[in-house]
Design a protein around this ligand. Sequence first.
Ligand SMILES: Nc1nc2c(ncn2[C@@H]2O[C@H](COP(=O)(O)OP(=O)(O)OP(=O)(O)O)[C@@H](O)[C@H]2O)c(=O)[nH]1
Ligand SMILES: [Mg+2]
Length: 447
Amino acid sequence: MADSKSRLTKEEKQLLQHLLRCRHLSLLYKGSIDTYNINTFHNICNQQGPTVVVAYNARGYIFGADTSQSYTSSGNYINDSEAFLYRLKGKESSPLQIPVKVPSQAVYDVSGIGPCFGARSIIFLSQNRAEVATDATVATYTFRPEDLHGNDQALLECEVYRVEDAGDLMKTPWRQVEWTPGERSKLMDEIGSYKPYLNSVPQYRVLFLGPVGAGKSSFFNSVNSAFRGYVTNQAIAGSDSTSVTMEYRTYGVKNKHTGQPLPIVFCDTMGLEEKQGAGLDMDEVANLLKGHVPDRYQFNPSNAIHPNVPGYIKRPDLKDQIHCVVFIIDGSKVEILPEKLEEKLKDIRRKAIRFGVPQLVLMTKVDEISPLLEEDVSRVYRSKAVQRQMQLIEGKFGIPLNQIVPVKNYSSELELRNDVDILILLAVRQILRSSESYLDNFPLEKE
Ligand SMILES: Nc1nc2c(ncn2[C@@H]2O[C@H](COP(=O)(O)OP(=O)(O)OP(=O)(O)O)[C@@H](O)[C@H]2O)c(=O)[nH]1
Ligand SMILES: [Mg+2]
């Protein structure tokens, strides 16, 4: 009912939106106006996508049930692993969320019954009245009726809202990742004990390239943090209109558990800019790839390094060369990447292909792509927005999706997070795998 007014206050609505992780709630049905009639409820609310029931009783409880699926009066159960019962307000001020225990019986979608969750765990509009009926003995949802509605089953009001803009998350992730602390340790061990292909080089050298402010230096800091066990900022990161990183830096990372260096050296560069003569010079890229540029070399945006510059590495061998180019691209700004910058990146890509250097894209700032990822990046492979941005990169640069890895760098956090660490470690593992393919192409002596 478009003209009906919600009974929720602005604060209550915000709280509910937070609980449902959605941006909009659109009122569909309001019992006091549309009548407490089950048929009316189905006529209005069927085929509406995700919805939430909001019930109010005289004891001041606001409670209800949420499903991510449409009602259709199918006569069957709806399978919904995301369904839950909740209390927004009650005796205790804090909200309560009761997730479904048996997803295959999350919602009983029958024409003659009002919104019914579980095998009759809770039925709204029971008997065509402003009432709920609850049965806490049913195993579909585990709850105590007094916690949900204070044992007051008569309703002052019952509303149903369409849940909008919660749809960013897919039900099943499109890449499988285990987000447990055990997985984090496993990844650390795998990376820490990795030996470069046929002992060809002591460490892989990985070159970071990308626009100003994309998160190149922050990515090194994030890897370093994960292996140190606390958040550290060795490389200077920050926001400016021109590159914060002015000199070439090659960084190793020590594994705090073993005291050993990781089999990888990260080479951080000045950011690329749209304008010619600003940011990293395009001619510098070949010098970097071939390994002529020494650590701490001060970049000159208008001139590339030449053999007379002190420190110039005249005859770089395999260990000095770049084994993998990692493009670092801000995932929240892919659409507005200036055309000239896009051209520069494509040009570098062509150079790297010519040199036979494998490439990978790290799509940073995934937390800024979708608000649903801010607190929990383990949702990254369920986010349609993230997938869309990765596909956009694939289309713009012709880089296959399996060479694009999303990450969130440590930026505002003071403490490490399991989800952030795992995403960072997965990226490092992918970098190792790509670097290996570079050395695969060399006629190295087999042991
Ligand atoms: N929210 C968020 N912020 C990030 C992320 N990565 C980097 N930042 C922030 O983005 C800004 C730029 O990060 P840097 O690491 O300095 O970027 P850079 O690519 O090294 O930039 P230049 O050296 O200037 O070319 C900093 O303020 C970081 O805190 C991320 O994944 N999420
Ligand atoms: Mg930098």
